[in-house]
Structures are given as C-alpha cells and as structure tokens.
Design a protein around this ligand. Sequence first.
Ligand SMILES: [Zn+2]
Length: 88
Amino acid sequence: MGKKAKFLFFNCSEAATCCDKAQYEEANLFEKAKLMLHLAFCKTCRKFSARNSRLTHLMKESKLETCPEEKKKQWREEIKKEFAEERS
Ligand SMILES: [Zn+2]
C-alpha cells in the first residue's frame, strides 16, 4: 500500500480503536469518515462495530451510563478481547 493510501485507510486495529472512539463521541469527522470507509470493505470490523453499537444501546437502555468509568473500560476491554480471539 502506498503512502497516500495508507493515509486514507485504517488497518483493522486502527478501525477498532476508532470505532471505540466514535462510540463515545471522541472521534473527529475525519476519523469517522475513515472508519466508514474501512467498514465498507471489512466484514470483520462491521461485525465488531455492530456489536459495539449494541452494547452502547444496552448501556443507555439500562441507564448504566452512571456506572463507574472503570466498569465501562472493563467492558470495552472484554469486547476487544473477544474480537481478537475470533480473528485468531
Ligand atoms: Zn477491519
């Protein structure tokens, strides 16, 4: 992949990180655009993204946003771990 393409495309691990950030409204517009681009051609990350969305939805549904940051972080790590295992 050329320098220009590398600038435009996320690899899977960058996409996962950005997906996380986007979920918590921490990603900027450019990062979100790159994430969308990656999700357009990467099935694995689409699956990860969908699962991540479900979790956020679940957290909102159960009003768990009041739970400690530490707990949320733990959940995010668990999802990442599961995702990594699936791919290996
Ligand atoms: Zn990917």
